[in-house]
Write a protein that binds this ligand. Structure first.
Ligand code: NAD
Length: 323
């Protein structure tokens, strides 16, 4: 396993991080024993960064991760979130952020998290996130309940704007840098670089589209993106390799993202993803993958309040996404 500094936090995180949303049955049902085996395999394989949220499985993922990390808490970095509690249930108020962290700490069976992030900030008002949510996170940091604080979301412009004052340590972006999309670097403004923001890239498989299983019904990608992903998966199979390994391997090569969070629910998936760090990608295959991805490259979907969108939309929407 390789490790990189997460911005200026000083945390040396594994280049592959454990995304714990699948532990909340977000993609498909998993047993508690499978979750524990997955976490054990991840720690044994050198993964030291775990990301979860109250939203994943309506607190189930936090409960299960807390159980699975009993006796291991000191050897990992643990990140959770606040502000999002359901598909359309958001509360970024100071009071809710302050109570939320205590609830998470109870479920995670720990006295502190290494990173506390405001979850999917494009569903909140930019003013409230700046004036209320981030100051609440800072208060939690000064109490020692979170060592570092960050923001997460899908809309790059809002993430960049809210990170600009230098009041957060990390930014987590998802589904914006993988085989199907590559616009995450919009976050890397000269200010972000000067601030040495820790950048976390999530969803290397485009929330499961580049895995063999059928995507869940809630997946928000347009149909043509889903079809392109199916073709990429089938193409890789015909070459005797897995699309998920190629996708993950490409992501960990990003020059600035400290870690790539991949969602895992079984020890087999953990092993497969650890092996992805060793594979050599056939350039002929990679060219063919790119040919399939190019027609749908950078297709994005609606997420959050219309005023927080990256690009003007023909029809403003407050449609929610599952993650
Ligand atoms: P992902 O792209 O990592 O895909 C996860 C899916 O792929 C799951 O169904 C998983 O079981 C499957 N999978 C993983 N490895 C596999 C393998 N080797 N073989 C077959 N299937 C495999 O999507 P994700 O889980 O949404 O993203 C990763 C993590 O990033 C999340 O769990 C979460 O921690 C974080 N995240 C955060 C946000 C946010 O804060 N807004 C949004 C998205 C993701």
């Amino acid at each position: 396993m390789r490790y990189r500094l997460l911005g200026k936090t000083g945390l040396k995180v594994s280049v592959v991080g454990f995304g714990a949303s699948p532990l909340g049955n977000v993609f498909q049902p998993v047993e508690l024993t499978q979750c524990k085996q997955a976490v054990d395999a991840a720690v044994d394989g050198g993964i030291n960064f775990f990301d979860v949220a109250p939203y994943y499985g309506h607190t189930l993922a936090e409960e299960r991760l807390g159980d699975a990390l009993l006796g291991k808490r000191q050897s990992v970095y643990l990140a959770t979130k606040c502000g999002r509690y359901g598909v359309a249930d958001f509360d970024f108020s100071r009071q809710r952020i302050l109570t939320s962290v205590d609830e998470s700490l109870r479920r995670l069976k720990t006295d502190w998290v290494d990173l506390l992030q405001a979850h999917d900030i494009e569903f909140g008002s930019a003013r409230q996130i700046a004036d209320e949510t981030i100051p609440a996170l800072q208060a939690i940091k000064s109490q020692g309940k979170a060592r570092f604080i960050g923001i997460t979301g899908y809309q790059l412009r809002m993430l960049a704007t809210l990170a600009e004052p230098g009041t957060v340590d990390t930014v987590l972006s998802y589904c914006r840098s993988n085989l199907l999309v590559d616009d995450m670097d919009a976050l890397l403004s000269p200010t972000a670089m000067r601030l040495d923001l820790g950048l976390i890239n999530a969803s290397p498989l485009h929330m499961g589209l580049l895995a063999p299983a059928e995507p869940p019904a809630w997946h928000p990608a347009p149909e043509n993106v889903k079809q392109a992903a199916r073709k990429i998966v089938a193409l890789c199979e015909s070459f005797g390799v897995s699309a998920s390994q190629i996708a993950l391997q490409r992501c960990v090569q990003h020059p600035y993202a400290a870690t790539t969070l991949v969602g895992m629910a079984t020890a087999d998936q953990v092993e497969d993803n650890l092996n992805a760090l060793q594979i050599e990608v056939d350039p002929v295959l990679f060219e063919k993958i790119q040919a399939l991805a190019t027609p749908v490259k950078n297709f994005v979907w609606a997420s959050g309040l219309p005023e927080n969108a990256d690009y003007p939309r023909p029809e403003p929407s407050t449609e929610s996404t599952q993650l």
